[in-house]
Design a protein around this ligand. Structure first.
Ligand code: BG6
Length: 478
C-alpha cells in the first residue's frame, strides 16, 4: 500500500549512510510499490552537483550496496527520475531558497538529517527561517544523539525551538529490525509467556550483540565514544526496555514509550565489578583496536559486558547481563530468557537439572528457539534432555519472511505515515544518558584500563567470569 505523497529532503544526501542504507532502502520501497509516483527525494549537501550528478551517485550506490537483486531491477531508471539535488550550505544561506522552491505544498514534508549532531541546530533553524518546514513537517535525526546528558539536552532544546516533539523522529535503527518488533508480538500477543515473565520464574536474561567488524574507517568517532556510548546507551538499552517493560495499554507511540522510560528509570547504579571493558588485540594481519584508531594510548572499550538490576516489582532479583563488542567470534545478536529450574524434580538425581530457555535471534538469522525438557529416547530409564523447539522465521513463514524491509526502509516509511512508535522520545534519550554518564565518569576517574581480548573470541575472560561467579554462563555465540 503506497504511503501518502511526500517530499523527503536528505541532508547529507551524498554521505555514507545515505549511500549505504537510506537510498537503497528507498529504492526497495519503490520496487515494492510503496512510494507514490510523484514523491520526491531531494539530496541536500555541500558538494557542487546537479540532479543528474546525484542520480548517477545514487545509481552507483545502489549497485555497490544494494546487492545484485536490487541493482538489476528494471525500475531503477524510473526511481532515479524521482531524485533531485540542491547544493546547500547548512551553516550559511546558500541553496536554501532553491531548496524551498523544489518543495510542493499539500504533501508530507520530511527532513532527514543524516549529518553530525553539530549541524542539527543550524539546519533546524534554517528549515523554519526559510519557510521549508511547517507545523505538519517531520524532522528525522540520526544517532549519536549527544555524547552525554548535557549535549543530548542541548540538542533536544535546539530542536524544540523549531519543532514540536510530535514532529521529531530520533532514529535508533535497532527498533526497525523485524525481530525487535517481534519481541513485542511474542510478549503481548501470546498468553503463554507473560504470566511467567517476572523474577518468580525467570532466573536471568542475557542480551548479546556481537560483531565481527572492527571500527573500520570510523576510528576518530569511535575512539571518543566506545561501546558504551556507541551501542549500549541506545541499541542495547532499547532491547532491554522492550524485554523488560510492562504491557502498554495499546500499541501507540506514547503508551509504548512511557513504559520504556519507566524501565530506564528503574535501572540501579552498576557496581564497578559488574562492568567489564575490553579492547581487541592484534592477530596475524589484523590490527589491534589501538592500531585501528591510531591511538596507542587509547583506553576506549571496543567490548563491554554489564550485569544490571532493575528495581521494580516485576524484576527485583533477576539480573540482566548485557554484552556487545567488535571483532568477536561471529556476528550474532540474541536475547536469551533463562527460566528457573522447576521447584522440585520428581525424577530425582537421574533426571538432572533442567530448565527452559527462550532465545530470540535478531540477526543474522531471525528466529526463536525454546528449549524444552523431554525424556531422552531409549530404554535408559527416565533420563531428561533439553531439545530446542526451533523456529527460523524464513522456514516457518516462507519466502515472504525473506522480503521484510530493512530497518531503515521501515523507519522512513513510518516517518511518512507519521508513526512515532519505533522512534525515541526526547525524555527517553535523556534518561538513558543519565544512567550511562555516571558509569563512564566512574571508570574514567579510576583510569580503568580495558582488558585485552583476542580477535574472533567471546571477549575478555573477565566477561565470562562475570557470569561464572553467579553460577551462570553465556549462551554460545554461533
Ligand atoms: C551502529 C554503530 O549504530 O550500529 C556501529 O554505530 C555498529 O558501531 C552498528 O556496527 C551495528 O548495527 P547492525 O545493524 O549491523 O547490528
Amino acid at each position: 500500500i503506497p504511503v501518502d505523497d511526500f517530499d523527503l529532503v536528505i541532508f547529507g544526501g551524498t554521505g555514507d549512510l545515505a549511500r549505504r542504507k537510506i537510498l537503497p532502502g528507498l529504492f526497495r520501497r519503490f520496487c515494492a510499490g510503496q512510494m507514490p509516483a510523484d514523491a520526491r527525494i531531494i539530496g541536500a549537501a555541500r558538494s557542487e552537483m546537479d540532479s543528474d550528478g546525484f542520480r548517477t551517485l545514487v545509481r552507483d550506490a545502489i549497485i555497490e550496496f544494494g546487492g545484485d537483486d536490487l541493482s538489476s531491477r528494471r525500475e531503477l531508471p524510473d526511481f532515479l527520475l524521482q531524485l533531485h539535488y540542491v547544493t546547500t550550505d547548512a551553516r550559511g544561506d546558500g541553496g536554501w531558497k532553491e531548496l524551498a522552491a523544489q518543495m510542493r505544498s499539500g504533501v508530507v514534508r520530511a527532513f532527514y538529517l543524516s549529518v553530525g549532531p553539530g549541524l542539527f541546530a543550524d539546519i533546524a533553524e534554517r528549515l523554519t527561517s526559510f519557510g521549508l518546514a511547517d507545523a505538519a513537517s517531520r524532522i528525522v535525526v540520526e544517532k549519536p544523539f549527544g555524547r552525554d546528558l548535557e549535549t543530548a539536552r542541548a540538542l533536544n532544546h535546539d530542536l524544540a525551538k523549531h519543532f514540536d516533539e510530535s514532529q521529531i523522529y530520533r532514529i535508533d535503527h535497532y527498533l526497525g529490525k523485524e525481530t525487535v518488533q517481534n519481541l513485542m508480538a511474542v510478549r503481548f500477543g501470546n498468553i503463554l509467556f507473560e504470566p511467567l515473565w517476572n523474577s518468580q520464574y525467570i532466573d536471568h536474561i542475557q542480551i548479546t550483540v556481537a560483531e565481527t567488524v572492527g571500527v573500520g574507517g570510523r576510528g576518530g568517532y569511535y575512539d571518543k565514544s566506545g561501546a558504551m556510548r556507541d551501542m549500549v546507551q541506545n541499541h542495547l538499552m532499547q532491547l532491554l526496555c522492550l524485554i523488560a517493560m510492562e504491557p502498554p495499554s495499546k500499541f501507540d507511540p506514547d503508551a509504548v514509550r512511557d513504559e520504556k522510560l519507566k524501565v530506564i528509570r528503574a535501572l540501579d547504579d552498576v557496581e564497578t565489578h559488574h562492568i567489564v571493558r575490553g579492547q581487541y588485540s592484534a592477530h596475524g594481519d589484523m590490527k589491534s583496536y589501538r592500531q585501528d584508531v591510531e591511538n596507542e594510548r587509547s583506553f576506549t572499550e571496543s567490548f563491554i559486558a554489564l550485569k544490571l538490576q532493575l528495581s521494580n516489582w516485576r524484576w527485583a532479583g533477576t539480573p540482566f547481563y548485557l554484552r556487545t563488542g567488535k571483532r568477536m567470534k561471529a556476528r550474532s545478536s540474541e536475547i536469551t530468557v533463562v527460566f528457573k529450574d522447576p521447584p522440585h524434580s520428581i525424577f530425582g538425581d537421574e533426571g538432572g537439572q533442567h530448565h527452559n530457555e527462550l532465545s530470540i535471534q535478531l540477526q543474522p538469522n531471525e528466529g526463536m528457539t525454546l528449549d524444552v525438557t523431554i525424556k531422552e529416547p531409549g530404554p535408559g530409564g527416565m533420563r531428561l534432555v533439553d531439545v530446542p523447539l526451533d523456529m527460523t522465521f524464513a522456514d516457518a513463514l516462507g519466502p515472504e519472511a525473506d522480503d521484510v524491509p530493512d530497518a531503515y526502509e521501515r523507519l522512513i516509511m513510518d516517518v511518512i505515515r507519521g508513526n512515532q512508535t519505533l522512534f525515541m522520545r526526547g525524555d527517553e534519550v535523556e534518561a538513558a544518558w543519565s544512567w550511562t554518564d555516571p558509569l563512564i565518569e566512574k571508570w574514567q576517574a579510576r583510569s580503568d584500563v580495558p582488558k585485552p581480548y583476542d580477535i574472533g573470541s567471546n571477549g575478555p575472560e573477565d566477561a565470562l567470569m562475570l557470569m561464572h561467579r553467579d553460577g551462570r554462563r553465556w549462551r554460545d555465540i554461533k
